[in-house]
Every structure is written in C-alpha cells, then in structure tokens.
Design a protein. Structure first.
Length: 226
C-alpha cells in the first residue's frame, strides 16, 4: 500500500473516531439538559403543593417586615442576605414592583447564609423594627458597598437615626433568633438554597429577574384558580 493511501486511511479513521466522540459528547449534553428540564418540572409541581401548605408562614408571619399594601391581594416574599450582591441588585426591582402595583404586599424574609456577618446584619435589621426604622435601615444596608460587618452595621444604624445602644439591646431578644430560624426552615422546606429567591403565587423564582418578568408572575398569581 502506498504511503499517501495509508495516510488517507489513517486520517479517515481519526475523523471517524472524532465524529463518534463528538456525537457521544453531544448526546450526553442533550441528555443532561433533558434531565434538568424534567427535574425543574418535578420541582415546580412539588412546590405547587408545598407553598399552599406553608402559606401562613410565608405571607402572614407577624415577625416578618412588610412593605407595599399590607392588605394586598398578592404577596411577594423575598428571601435575601445583606451581603449578597445579587440581593442588593434586586432591591430596585422589588421597589419598582411595589411602586407600580398598589395591590402588592412585599414580605421580607431575612435569610443570612453568607456567614456570621450576614446573621448579625439580619438580627440588627429585625431589631430595628422596635424603633420603627426597618425599611430605612434595610435600604441603607442594601445600598452599602463592600461586606457588612458589625462596625459598619452600627455606623449605618446611626446614620438612619437609630439609637444604636437600644438596637444592641433589642438584638438580644430571643424572638429575633426564633424568626431567623423559622425563615431558614421555611427556605429549606421550599428547596431555597441561595439568595435572592422570590415566592409569588405557587412558584419560587431563584436569582434576579427583571421587572417585566416579575410583573408577569404577579399577574399569574392574581388570576383566579381553576
């Protein structure tokens, strides 16, 4: 057999093996994608049963701060961490949703998953309710740059008009630790492992979504069932 012919056969074999490998890889990618779609479908179906079972804990816990219309016909629940950059990004979207919808109730669920500093910030924010400053403090914490730590949290508290010494005392209230524990259990029960995460209607929306997407979910939740 001539050398050119042998080289051509060798090249053909290499190309055939390459095509077989690429087909296997693409098949694996496609199968992984289909499995992900099926898992999402199954999770969405499960959440449609789990969320109604936890409706009071989600929407009506008196320990959870709220904004918007307290008697709104749709409640939007936001799980967040003050040291989560995406949570800070989502603040303006949530504010816009409340501004555009006078029948929307926004429920804040402190879910500190990024370490002790985040838990400290969450406790401080909940304690600020006793001085009637939660929303101002919440927005100021979310507007901060860099990681929030104990010293910066108290600095921001003073800037929004909180009595810092009273805040420190109020943070020791066992009810605050109880509220954070309930939030954590609630999130875990709904398979929420990261922040931000929103609950509206019978769906959980992970991550940051734009205003239009959020408004469509709110409108869907508002539609009568059946």
């Amino acid at each position: 057999m001539s050398k050119p012919k042998a080289a051509l056969i060798a090249l053909s074999v290499v190309l055939a093996l390459l095509f077989i490998w690429m087909a296997a890889v693409h098949r694996s990618v496609i199968m992984d994608y289909l499995h992900q779609l099926e898992n999402r479908r199954l999770l969405a179906a499960e959440l449609r049963g789990l969320i109604p079972e936890r409706r009071d804990a989600l929407f009506n816990d008196p320990a959870a701060p709220t904004a918007g219309n307290p008697e709104g016909d749709v409640a939007l629940v936001a799980f967040f961490d003050y040291n989560c950059l995406q949570c800070r990004e989502a603040v303006s979207i949530l504010q816009q949703a409340v501004k555009d919808d006078p029948k929307l109730k926004l429920v804040f669920k402190e879910y500190p998953i990024l370490g002790p500093d985040s838990k400290f910030a969450a406790a401080a924010a909940l304690a600020s309710r006793k001085q009637g400053k939660y929303e101002a403090f919440h927005l100021a914490l979310m507007a901060s740059r860099g990681r929030l730590r104990e010293s910066s949290i108290f600095t921001i508290a003073g800037q929004v008009g909180l009595d810092v010494e009273q805040l420190k005392r109020d943070m020791e209230d066992p009810a605050i630790a109880d509220a954070l524990a309930r939030n954590r259990a609630l999130a875990i029960g709904l398979y929420i492992t990261g922040t931000p995460a929103l609950v509206v209607g019978d769906e959980v929306i992970p991550g940051v979504v734009d205003v239009a997407t959020l408004q469509r979910s709110i409108a869907k939740a508002r539609k009568p069932k059946g």
